[in-house]
Design a protein around this ligand. Sequence first.
Ligand code: AHN
Ligand code: ZN
Length: 332
Amino acid sequence: MNKAKVFPVILACILLSCGNKGAGDPLAVTNNQSGTTPGFNADSAYAYIEKQVNFGPRVPNTKEHQLCGDYLISELKRFAAEVYVQEMTLAAYNGAKLPCRNIIGSYNPDKKKRILLFAHWDTRPYADQEADPAKRHTPIDGADDGASGVGVLLEIARQFSLQAPEAGVDIIFFDAEDYGVPEFEKAVNYTPNSWCLGSQFWAKNPHKPGYRAEYGILFDMVGARHASFYKEHTSMRYAARIVEKVWSAARDLGYGKFFINANGGGVLDDHQFVIEGRGIPSIDIINYDMENAHGFADYWHTHKDTMDNIDKETLKGVGQTVLEVIYKEQAL
Ligand code: AHN
Ligand code: ZN
């Protein structure tokens, strides 16, 4: 188009917008704080991650797990309209009894249209991906694997408490995601579904009978420096529309370097049980590394999963993107 043609179009737009002041006018919305997305504070999310890591590894049947769970409940109570705690004893692949808690916070509890945001809060009892076999039997810090998703969600929860979104939102911290059969026992003790025990329990026993949400978003390993979130296979199969909604919001905000516009592999993760058990189309935002045979980054399930690896730019990219998606949702 040349300048002569563009100018009348711009003029027409200006004239149209002048003659249409009031409800529905996009210019009026710019001055209305309640119609805008709040800013995600990455310093705050980082501090929530550090706080969890400072308890020590959050492995069921330890004091650290107990104390961190108490802390998460008290934080969510500050920020959510309603908090539910599901207490249950789950059976690990090796017969161990695991005292566990799923921690749930609700916003706009009476709204029919709901969005579910979730992450796991426990950490892996073993560093079974360590190259040195002598290092494989002790638990990990789980700064990214565990704490990052919860840290981002606590900051999102804090933002909800300052300015409520239109839609109903539920946040769940699932327990016992990472108690799956370790590599060094796979040959002798293989058990299917040894992962995601907390979400499996919740899918069969939701905190509200018949619980439904329009869609779900899982945050798993969302804090590492230079993270890459590919479009996970199960997410694409059951919730492609939600993947596109989140990935395009990220692109529009300038976070396309984290949210890669390409397919990744399939990951058995908490979203699988939310999809199968409750029929809620759900996606997994998870850091992939295609260079590794297991598909995850080098630090995954090793003693390198520490705070050193956590980057505020990644936290901001994930947190701001999801806030943008949530605040664009209208209530039904
Ligand atoms: C499996 O390793 C089977 N799934 C990866 C899910 C996971 C573990 N996410 C964090 N830790
Ligand atoms: Zn893990």
